[in-house]
Each structure stands twice: as structure tokens, then as C-alpha cells.
Write a protein that binds this ligand. Structure first.
Ligand code: PEP
Ligand code: MG
Length: 876
């Protein structure tokens, strides 16, 4: 027999019970303890929500009984009665998960009204207008939220009535008018549902609670949870609270208030209120609310009581509070308090201020800023006002944060050309490939039809800090016609679009962007994060420019330099192609000799930017065919440049074709087939380090990283080439230099035999992009297409390419860590997949004892903060 308690009166809870009562419920209970005037009520727990889904979307009879018992208790506390014809109890029914999800779930107000109760209310308050206004609001909300009748249909009826009565605003409708409105609303309800409006308050309540649980799984809540790392299994609680009324006349009112300014963080009470109104009027923007400072003039006594409570709450919760209050006929009530949402600037200022006034320790303050919020400090954002008038025409994956606006470029060349003439362009492609790099650099933003969070476009854009929306399947892009079709409209190269890389939203118009300012609070706060964290933060960077940027953001070295990006540069692609089509070793060496000085120059630039910090250089990874042209036209042009026949080059391109390039001739397999490539790269790495040591005095310890290793013999084979070459170079130069050879762990087999691999590897860096791809068997470039169906069907809640799958991939990593240490106790361990810049994945890396995470330059501050938070939350 299940003896669990599923419903709690406010007096039975407190703030520590958030998991069970939800944030809102727990805070209501806590406010009651603090003696703050709170209308009383009860909370149906998050466990009921989970049980509702387990039981096939029904609330168990036993729980319904418990709810009824609590209604009886509430009736006793309030002295009112559900459905009473003399003193009816009315309640609000609100959602409340462990963390607040503003606006994502449903709410019903004024519940308990029916034809009799409304008359009682009318008599009791001597205010028929108020009573019928409440009733019409309830019918409207209940019909929309619980019964799924479109809100618009009710709005139409209000508009019709206002026109008939010749009035402009809702408040000009009289009590009689509202009575008429109720009649029409009920008729609409009957027409839509084929039955009378539900009159029994108890049934109204159970139906409304059910609707709130249902709303836990509405599409916007699911998307919000995915964006904010909220697990579906948390569920929502429902709070049922006695209504107090802000719409009882001119001595009543309602307001939403923050204890500090949520945009700037300034320590002033900030908010708005409206007299003679209910909360939804403030939110809906039907009437213009007044700034809270006006209340001081209007009612100094209430204002004083109100600011005293705000002070108490802020001190109690040690954080900026976001509160809802209602004044009912001159009496003040608090309906809700929670830690307020705030901009990144405000979050930093508030955290720093609370430490400086002694409220918080640095450790506590570190937890007050969302790591992901830092993104908005480092990238342009859309102008809020401008955005309000801009329609979303499509949505893709939020692949790289920031906001971009420009005319459309359909090829990389076009993007480059037009950007050089001063035009702002957004590069729109089916997908990007390495040869698009220059167009990607030139564009303000990148939008792709295909590809996931670790696709080429996403990875490269994040690296550059360029805004990117990827994998937007609803776009139809024709490169031939140079058109983009979406949402029933065709856009050409002259049209503006705007994309938001933080939400994935696409707008079919120009939206103004604004560049954020970084305040002094940022440096101070990040300094505290650095004092606290144990995990080092490196960066994934392939150019001196990106490296410098990352160092400015606090990177402590490079964790991944993808050398293939250097092969794609326009001035060297010819030599690379010569290398690929070479018929024998001599020809290949000749081509490689041309690439060597260029690659060496790159490394010198990168080492100099690092000023002596460590650099992990990964050897060539992608399959060779990626470097060759594919259309006949491009092949002919290259053949001409290279002085070889068209057929010969075409045959080479065809011979390099692979059915599954991700699992093809790439990574260390290239060096196994063509050791000369590894020789050249080793020489470039070592010669550059010697040059920087001699010219700048930096003692660089290069870390040469062999990708895609699945067996120790494979690693040993390539490592021998590296060691042989490095020793030869040092001998030639007469310089001794320390260097390390290690490997990426990105194939599941490598995790399983990590002890053997560690015997040959001085370090491991987890390539979680490929490891995720191969552990799930999901193509990292194609999975975005079908993962949406997985989210919809609750098979997976998160994109495993963005947030590390700790259950599966994480276990493989843990195994490799344990075995790696068995093979080499002092082995250095890091991660360089995209997960190195994801907060919850960083926490995982801290917890399993990695030495560092490595992420793209613009995510370095986020990773520093996430690492500090991990240290505070789970001291190692
Ligand atoms: C990885 O696979 O996680 C990785 C970092 O390498 P790449 O993304 O270049 O395959
Ligand atoms: Mg990889």
C-alpha cells in the first residue's frame, strides 16, 4: 500500500523542499514561515506529475481524494467554501518546477466560480463588475488552458461587445456588460465542447491540475528544458492558492517587482504595478503599468511595508528576488518569490555586489551566474525592441551563439567577395565544408540546412565566435537559382535575413544588432572563478588569431589544434592536391616539402600567441578526398593548373571516393599509409618550437597528438615515425627539446584497451565528437535530422553531441581514465570534443578527475566558470 504523502499545505513545507514542492511551492511555504502575508493553499507534489505520466496520464483516485481533503483544510483555514452561495473560496492553480520555467507551463486563476458563486461574490463585495470580470476571466482561461478552446475566439467576442457598447478599453465595460460577456463566453464554450460549462469547483480543480501536468510536456516546455538542461523526470508541482484580488476597485492592485534592476543589476527596487487589475493585465500589456516608484506617492504606508518585505526576502534568500504582489482593498499580499532572472551584466554586478557587502562568499557568488549567460557578453545580440516586431520564419539548432543580420550569400566565394565590398552577409548553405572557410570568416553569420552540433559549420563557427544556426531542415536552398525558400516565401541574394545562434531562430527581415559591453565586474568575477577551480581550461584553436583571442579569454594553452584547417588555406591547397595525386613517395615528398615551411610558420604564430603555454597539435585527420574538387568543371580547372590530364585527375578523385568517409581513410590511418605526412608535420612542429625558443625565449613543450587510434600497434607505428623524425630534427639543429606524444581517445575500442594504449601515450585527449558518434552509431552530420523525433517521443531529451551522454559515453570515458592510469599512473588527461565547452559536461570532467577541458575560444570563459562551479558543488 502506497502511504506516500502527495499533497502538502503551505504550513507543512519549507524552502529546502524544492525537489518535491517545486520552487514556487517551497518558497510560498517558506514565506509563510517568515511571517510574510501569503494567501494560504496547498501543493500537489512533483511526484504526482511523474505518477500522472507513469499511470497513463491520469491522476490516481487516491491522490484525488488527498486533494479533496486538502480543499477541506483550506476551507477551514480561510473560512470560505468551494462553490458556496454566501462566501465562496476561489483559488489559483499554478505550475512550479524545481527551477522556474517562466511562461512555459499553464496557470488557471479565479477557479471556483460558477453561476451561483459569482452572484455570492457580487453581493459580498457589493461589486458586480468585479465579480463578473473575475468570472469571465476564469471561463476564458479555463477554456483555453484546460479545454483547448482558442483564446482568440474569446478575444473576438470581447472586441465585438466593446464595439457594440462603443467603448475602447476593457475597464470601460460595466458590470452588466460583463454579465452579458459571460453569457456569450458560455455559449461559445457549449458550441465548442457540446456541453455546459463545468460548474463543479472540485471538478474544475482536478481538471486544471491535470492541465498543468499536461503542460509539463508541451512543445515549448520540452524545448526550454533542453536549452536549460532540465531533466524531464523532475516534473512540475502544482500550487493551489486562495485568490486575492487586485481587481476589486481603486484600492486594489497587482504588481511584479524585482529587488534589484534585472537589466543592470543596480541595487534599486524595480518593477511595475497596476491598480484595479489582475496579474495577467500587467503581463498582457493591455494597459500600461506604472513604475513601482509611483506607489510610494500613491500609498506610502503600503510602499513601506512592501519594501521592508522585499528587504527581508532578499536577505533571507541571499539573492535578487522576483516577486508577485497583490493589494486587496488596501491589504498587501505576496503571491510568489523566486531568484530573479537577469541579464548577464546584471548577474555579474549582483554577484560582485553581494560579495562586497558581505552577503555571499566568493564560492556562493560563483553559483549565481549561469555559465551559458556569459555567451551574451561576448557576442552581438539583437536589439530587444526591434526583435519584438520581427517574425520567426524558421528554426534550426543554436550552433554558435550571437546574432547576425545581412543579405544572403549562397556560396563561400560570394560571401567573401561581397563582404570585401563592405556588405554584411549571412552565408546560407546546404552544409559547409572545409573549402568554405574563407566565406565563413567573411560572413556575419552562417545558416545551414543540414548538420548537427558537431558538424563542420558548427565547430568552425564556434571556433571563430561567429553566429551559426545549423540543421534547419525546413529551408529549401537552391544554389543554382540562388534562392532560399522558407515559411512560404522566396528570398534572394538582395533580401535580408537575421539569425540568432543562441536560440536557433531565423527572421526574414533585418533586425538591428547591438554589441555588448564588458564591465569591470566580469574580470573580477572571473578572477574568483580562477582562484576556485581545479580543472584547467585550454582552447581548440588553429590560427594565431583564434589563439590570441582565446588567451585573452583566459585559455591556459591549446588542447586541440586541428592541422587540417591549415591545409585548406587558399595559398597552399595546390600543394596539398599535388601531394594527394602524387604517384609515388618521391612525388609526395616534393609536394610536402612545399607545405612544410607554411605549416612551420603557422606553428610559430600559434606558439608565439601562447607565450610559452602548452600546445597540443593534432596530426592530419580528414580523409584526403575532402581536399579535392568534385565537379567536372573544378576538376578540369585543377588539372590544368597542375599540368595533368582531366581523366587522370578524375580517376584519382573517384578512386578516393569513400562510402562512409567518417569511418574511412582518415586519422592515424593516413599516416599508416603515408608516413611522409607525419614526418613533415613532426618536422614543422619541432622546427617551429626550436625557432620560437631561440627567437622569443619561450620554452614550448609541443604535444603531438595522433587521432583516431583504435589499437596500440597503430599508435606505436605512427609514434615511431614521430620520434624518429623529431630526434633527427633536433640532431640537425643541435637543440634538445622536450616534447610529448599522445593520442586522442575517440573510438570505443580505444577506451576498452586504454591500459595498453597508455603504455605508448603520454597523454589522452577525449575526442567526444567521434566517441559519441561511434558509441551511438549516429552520424554527427546527419543526426540532427532525426533527433527531433527522439525528443518528441521522449527517447532522448538532449542532443548527445552538445551535452555529454554520461550514462553511455561517460562510462566509456571513465573506463579509459581508470585503465589509462593503470597503464601510466601520471598520464595527462583532457577532453577536446565540443563537450569541453558545455557546462554539465565540464562538471562531469571535473568529477572524474580530468586535468583540463579544451573548447573553442569564445567558450573559454564559460568553461572557466563551469569548472569553478563544479569545484564548489563537488569538491574533488
Ligand atoms: C572529436 O572527435 O571529438 C574531435 C575533437 O575531433 P574532430 O571534431 O576534429 O573529429
Ligand atoms: Mg575526432
Amino acid at each position: 500500500m502506497d502511504n506516500k504523502k502527495y499533497v502538502y499545505l503551505f504550513s507543512e513545507g519549507n524552502a529546502t523542499m524544492k525537489n518535491l514542492l517545486g520552487g514556487k511551492g517551497a518558497n510560498l511555504a517558506e514565506m509563510s514561515i517568515l511571517g510574510i502575508p501569503v494567501p494560504q493553499g496547498f501543493i500537489v507534489t512533483t511526484e504526482v506529475c511523474n505518477k500522472y505520466y507513469e499511470d497513463g496520464k491520469v491522476i490516481a483516485e487516491k491522490i484525488i481524494k488527498e486533494i479533496h481533503e486538502n480543499i477541506a483544510k483550506l476551507e477551514k483555514i480561510t473560512g470560505k467554501e468551494f462553490g458556496s452561495t454566501t462566501n465562496p473560496l476561489l483559488v489559483s492553480v499554478r505550475s512550479g518546477a524545481r527551477v522556474s520555467m517562466p511562461g512555459m507551463m499553464d496557470t488557471v486563476l479565479n477557479l471556483g466560480l460558477n453561476d451561483e458563486a459569482v452572484e455570492a461574490m457580487s453581493k459580498l463585495t457589493n461589486n458586480p463588475r468585479f465579480a463578473y470580470d473575475s468570472y469571465r476571466r476564469f471561463i476564458q482561461m479555463f477554456s483555453d488552458v484546460v479545454m483547448g478552446i482558442e483564446k482568440r475566439l474569446f478575444e473576438n467576442i470581447i472586441d465585438e461587445l466593446k464595439e457594440e457598447k462603443g467603448v475602447k478599453v476593457d475597464t470601460d465595460l460595466t458590470g452588466e456588460d460583463l454579465k452579458e460577456l459571460v453569457k456569450r463566453f458560455k455559449a461559445l464554450y457549449k458550441k465548442e465542447k457540446g456541453e455546459e460549462f463545468l460548474a463543479d469547483p472540485k471538478q474544475q480543480l482536478i481538471e486544471s491540475i491535470t492541465a498543468v501536468f499536461r503542460s509539463w510536456d508541451n512543445p515549448r516546455a520540452i524545448v526550454y528544458r533542453r536549452l536549460n538542461d532540465i531533466p524531464g523526470e523532475w516534473g512540475t508541482a502544482v500550487s493551489v492558492q486562495e485568490m486575492v484580488f487586485g481587481n476589486k476597485g481603486e484600492t486594489s492592485g497587482t504588481g511584479v517587482v524585482f529587488s534589484r534592476d534585472p537589466s543592470t543589476g543596480e541595487n534599486v527596487v524595480y518593477g511595475e504595478y497596476l491598480m484595479n487589475a489582475q496579474g495577467e493585465d500587467v503581463v498582457a500589456g493591455i494597459r500600461t503599468p506604472l513604475p513601482i516608484s509611483k506607489l510610494e506617492e500613491q500609498n506610502p504606508v503600503i510602499y513601506k511595508e512592501f519594501t521592508d518585505i522585499i528587504d527581508t526576502l532578499e536577505k533571507h534568500y541571499k539573492d535578487m528576488q522576483d516577486m508577485e504582489m497583490t493589494i486587496e482593498e488596501g491589504k498587501l499580499y505576496f503571491l510568489q518569490t523566486r531568484n530573479g532572472k537577469r541579464t548577464a551584466q546584471a548577474a555579474l554586478k549582483i554577484a560582485v555586489d553581494l560579495v562586497e557587502d558581505g552577503t555571499l562568499t566568493k564560492e556562493e557568488a560563483i553559483l549565481k551566474v549561469e555559465p551559458r549567460q556569459l555567451d551574451s557578453l561576448l557576442h552581438p545580440a539583437f536589439d530587444v525592441e526591434d526583435l519584438k516586431n520581427s517574425k520567426v520564419i524558421g528554426k534550426g539548432l543554436p550552433a554558435s551563439p550571437g546574432a547576425a543580420c545581412g543579405t544572403i550569400a549562397f556560396t563561400a566565394e560570394e560571401a567573401k567577395e561581397r563582404a570585401e565590398k563592405g556588405e554584411n552577409v549571412v552565408l546560407v548553405r546546404l552544409e559547409t565544408s572545409p573549402e568554405d572557410i574563407e566565406g565563413m570568416i567573411a560572413a556575419k553569420g552562417i545558416l545551414t540546412v543540414r548538420g548537427g552540433m558537431t558538424s563542420h559549420a558548427a565547430v568552425v563557427a564556434r571556433g571563430m565566435g561567429t553566429c551559426c544556426v545549423a540543421g534547419c531542415g525546413e529551408l529549401k536552398v537552391s544554389e543554382v537559382n540562388r534562392t532560399l525558400e522558407v515559411d512560404g516565401k522566396v528570398y534572394t541574394a538582395d533580401d535580408f535575413i537575421s539569425i540568432d545562434g543562441s536560440t536557433g531562430n531565423i527572421y526574414g527581415v533585418a533586425v538591428k544588432t547591438v554589441t555588448p559591453e564588458i564591465s569591470g565586474h566580469f574580470a573580477k568575477f572571473m578572477g574568483w572563478a580562477d582562484e576556485i577551480r581545479k580543472l584547467k581550461v585550454r582552447t581548440n584553436a588553429d590560427t594565431p588569431k583564434d589563439t590570441k583571442q582565446a588567451v585573452e579569454f583566459g585559455a591556459e594553452g591549446i588542447g586541440l589544434c586541428r592541422t587540417e584547417h591549415m591545409f585548406f588555406a587558399e595559398d597552399r591547397i595546390k600543394a596539398v592536391r599535388e601531394m594527394i595525386v602524387a604517384k609515388n613517395v618521391e612525388e609526395r615528398r616534393r609536394a610536402l616539402d612545399k607545405i612544410l615551411p607554411m605549416q612551420k610558420e603557422d606553428f610559430i604564430g600559434i606558439y608565439e600567441a601562447l607565450e610559452g603555454m602548452p600546445a597540443t597539435i593534432r596530426f592530419l585527420d580528414p580523409p584526403l578526398h575532402e581536399f579535392l574538387p568534385h565537379s567536372d568543371e573544378d576538376i578540369a580547372s585543377l588539372a590544368k593548373d597542375m599540368g595533368i590530364g582531366f581523366e587522370e585527375l578524375k580517376a584519382t578523385v573517384e578512386s578516393l571516393h569513400e562510402f562512409n568517409p567518417m569511418m574511412g581513410h582518415r586519422g592515424c590511418r593516413l599516416a599508416v599509409s603515408y608516413p611522409e605526412i607525419a614526418e613533415m608535420q613532426t618536422r614543422a612542429v619541432i622546427e617551429a618550437a626550436i625557432a620560437v625558443k631561440e627567437n622569443k625565449g619561450y620554452d614550448i613543450i609541443p604535444e603531438i597528438m595522433i587521432p583516431l587510434v583504435g589499437d596500440v600497434k597503430e599508435l606505436k607505428y605512427v609514434k615511431d615515425i614521430v620520434v624518429r623524425t623529431a630526434e633527427a630534427v633536433m640532431k640537425e639543429k643541435g637543440v634538445k627539446l622536450e616534447y610529448k606524444v599522445g593520442t586522442m581517445i575517440e573510438i570505443p575500442r580505444a577506451c576498452i584497451i586504454a591500459d595498453e594504449i597508455a603504455k605508448e601515450a603520454e597523454f589522452f585527449s577525449f575526442g567526444t565528437n567521434d566517441l559519441t558518434q561511434m558509441a551511438f552509431g549516429f552520424s554527427r552530420d546527419d543526426a540532427a535530422k532525426f533527433l527531433v523525433d527522439y525528443y518528441e517521443n521522449k527517447i532522448y531529451e538532449q542532443d548527445p553531441f552538445a551535452k555529454l551522454d554520461q550514462k553511455g559515453v561517460g562510462e566509456l570515458i571513465k573506463l579509459a581514465v581508470q585503465k589509462g592510469r593503470e597503464g601510466r599512473p601520471n598520464i595527462k588527461l583532457g577532453i577536446c570534443g565540443e563537450h569541453g565547452g558545455d557546462p554539465s559536461s565540464v562538471e562531469f570532467c571535473h568529477n572524474i578527475g580530468l586535468d583540463y577541458v579544451s573548447c573553442s575560444p569564445f567558450r573559454v570563459p564559460l568553461a572557466r566558470l563551469a569548472a569553478a562551479q563544479a569545484q564548489v558543488k563537488n569538491r574533488r
